[in-house]
Write a protein that binds this ligand. Sequence first.
Ligand code: SAH
Length: 458
Amino acid sequence: MSKHNIPVQKNQQYEVMFEDLTHEGAAVAKIDGYTLFVPKALPGERGVVKVTKVNKGYGFGRLMERLETSEHRAEPPCPVYHQCGGCQLQHLSYDAQLRQKQKMVQDVLERIGKISDIPVHPTLGMDDPWRYRNKAQVPVATREGGLVAGFYQERTHHIIDMDECLIQQEANDKVVQTVKDIANKLHIKGYDEEKHKGVLRHVVARYGLVTKEVMVVLVTRTNDLPHKEQLIAEIRDRLPEVKSIVHNINTRRTNVIFGDQTDVLWGEEYIYDYIGDVKFAISARSFYQVNPEQTKVLYDKALEYAQLSSEDTVIDAYCGIGTISLFLAQKAKHVYGVEIVPQAIDDAKRNAKLNNIDNVDFAVGEAEKVIPWWYAQGIRADVIVVDPPRKGCDEALLNTIIQMKPKRVVYVSCNPATLARDLRVLEDGGYQTKEVQPVDMFPHTMHVESVAILEIKL
Ligand code: SAH
């Protein structure tokens, strides 16, 4: 569409019908063939939209008035839903969210992967889709009235003070409120991002869902933590569930939360949690799934799809801290895990020991380099599990899988688009996708995880 035949103008209002939702959670409206993206509207609704931005091929609008309301609309229970941006779907009923995620996976498999004749099952959701996050990372600043700690207002670095996040474990909310209160009393300054001054940058809280253990991490700009002893004493007194108090120093001018130096101020270096029967040690910096209840659902499905026998050798590519590897090791003859972050492999090895699992080997490196090397050493996998980051699998890895010819590939994905792309490559290389199971790990957000099973064509 060229500039002068775009049928809408900025700041003008239009009455529209909403059709679909994008993967960012905005509704799609068409005006004479021109696409507008409108947050907080829903498919099936009609409303008045004010155009806020006009690009060549598409624009953005704000919903000014709803003329027809979707039967799936829900009242967002969070008081700061519209300022925060952390959730995108609280205005859609949870059942409809689950159906929407299933449809997104179906659509993208068909559009990008040309895969349309397999079952994409209904999304496995949570019975209670609130208070599921086990980690809070909350920025802190100082204002006239004292410390504020909460979240960055959408698309800004302005901190909005908040005491409660409805998708966060209550224990973590309590840590943040209490630390804020104590730090205020002790006149500890919050961080000033613009001037790179002040002390306390972030409060991080971690929670073991099964063990109920709590870790508090205080991230400061300064090497010293003022009033350290009083701070520790008060945290211990007011939060007896805390097992570990940790100080992390981040002197840099950066958006990255953690700096390189981490010291345990009081208590343990680790808290623990379980997924199923497997125990995990979690340090201040450890990667650990943020919704362990649904992680179990996802990995149980991966395990079911893997159909392991005690004779099977398995490779877990992108293994992180070994969550899937340790799950699989309980059923398989041997598991090889590979992961690019050395600290994650340290955690994976520690977790294997912690659980007395000795039929696993973990290696640091790029999956697309290490797995071909294993292949050259004569290692053959009966089943390969991949759980790549959003960008999907490296093509070299997919080619190695096609060469190695495991009988099954289990693909765990946090991005349906790259899942679809990679499934197409594997299909062209001799595999057949049997079924796909979406799992809701992040209720009220647009994130969708899924697990696919592929079998080699004979
Ligand atoms: N299954 C893991 C999480 C996987 S998330 C768990 O549950 O713990 C994806 C992982 O892939 C991340 O840990 C990331 O560090 C790793 N990664 C990214 N690129 C990689 C590559 N080229 N080779 C191996 N691992 C990689």
